[in-house]
Ligand binder design. Structure first.
Ligand code: 13P
Ligand code: SF4
Length: 349
């Protein structure tokens, strides 16, 4: 077994050797041991944008999860190889909408509501879902542009189908003034549409998926923080349940949370409802502020955490040896439609 220092030394050596032909994007939720080697650190929108712009790198070693590496592959050229250091770095939310369930749902929804629906998908979805959405005139969204994209979608069609995160969809729709009686939930397990108002009033159909990390922040966590630290500002990601978002002081994307903490006055206190690695990094980068996780259990994303220093080194050594492992290659047909959905977002982002 190599020591941490030896692994770091080897990563540095390969990075130096490969120069501009290697690009390492790293999502904010990645571990410090990985982030220290990232050439760009960002949220999912920023990483999609930098990957699309990078034409020099022959190898893109994506430190994030599978759907992000797929997106990078879709947005880069055939000559560029996208590598995910550990294939087990998936996303439980993306796995909650598969293409067969989605096609079945679409058929049923169209027969119930006619051709009145535009599909939108959170980028946290598989390439096949993005492709389905692109083929049907829709677009991808991220947590930092969901607002804008939902408003745009509702100028195109009477209704939207929002995949796969019901919470981001519900929070965004509520934010732009859509009432809960105008929202329905598609349950992909039982193949049924759940709603309380009149069917003709439905404007937003939410796919019944969620993020297993952000669902761990609860109203109880908020009550405990308010009781123990009445002066705390509570800020959460919109992948949290609506009741949690409503009870917090601020909510917004990863980028928004980082900016808020960066610009907060020294001495202020913050309880943050998002992934653990990011919260820990914010704590160590802002020692002049009192920062805690909204949930004392901290809430790691287990799949993001599968990318670690040994896997990063292993993937870089495979490139160095001329035989790259774990390349992500999205099927051409899928990619051609998925890019339509991504471009509709990137043009507006
Ligand atoms: P953003 O990077 O868009 O904030 O998404 C958060 C997330 O859950 C990434 O997996
Ligand atoms: Fe998926 Fe949630 Fe992890 Fe993001 S934080 S990768 S949405 S499980």
């Amino acid at each position: 077994r190599l020591s941490k220092e030896e692994m770091e030394f080897r990563v540095r050596r390969i990075k130096n050797e490969l120069g501009k032909s290697l690009f390492i994007p790293g999502h904010h939720y990645q571990k410090d041991e990985v982030i220290q080697f990232a050439d760009a650190v960002g949220d999912s929108l920023q990483l999609a944008q930098v990957s699309a712009k990078n034409k020099d790198a022959k190898y893109i070693v994506f430190c994030g999860v599978h759907f992000m590496a797929e997106t990078a592959d879709i947005l880069t050229t055939e000559k560029q190889a996208v590598i995910l250091p550990d294939m087990r770095a998936g996303c439980s939310m993306a796995d909650m909408a598969d293409i067969y369930q989605t096609e079945r749902a679409w058929e049923k929804l169209i027969s119930l509501l006619g051709e009145t629906i535009l599909p939108l998908t959170y980028v946290n979805s598989t390439a096949s879902i993005k492709s389905f959405v692109g083929k049907n005139g829709g677009a991808t969204v991220t947590s930092s542009n969901a607002h804008k994209m939902v408003e745009w979608a509702l100028t195109q069609k009477e209704r939207i189908l929002f995949l796969p995160d019901q919470h981001l969809g519900r929070n965004t729709a509520a934010d732009i003034g859509i009432g809960l009686h105008e929202m329905a939930v598609w349950d992909p397990i039982n193949d049924e549409l759940l709603f309380e108002g009149k069917v003709e009033d439905i404007k937003v159909i939410l796919w019944k998926g969620h993020c297993s990390v952000h669902e761990n922040f609860t109203l109880n966590n908020i009550h405990s923080v308010r009781e123990k630290y009445p002066e705390m500002n509570i800020i959460v990601h919109p992948e949290c349940r609506k009741e949690v978002v409503d009870a917090s002081d601020y909510n917004g994307s990863t980028k928004y949370i980082i900016e808020m903490i960066k610009h907060a006055k020294p001495g202020t206190s913050w309880a943050i409802g998002t992934e653990m690695n990011l919260v820990q990094r914010l704590i160590s980068n802002h020692l002049d502020k009192h920062i805690i996780s909204l949930n004392p259990q901290m809430c790691p994303c287990l799949t993001m955490n599968r990318i670690d220093l040994p896997h990063l080194l292993w993937s870089l050594e495979s490139i160095d040896a001329g035989n790259p492992v774990n390349t992500i290659q999205v099927d051409e047909d899928v990619s051609n439609n998925a890019v339509l959905a991504l471009e509709r977002m990137l043009h507006r982002a």
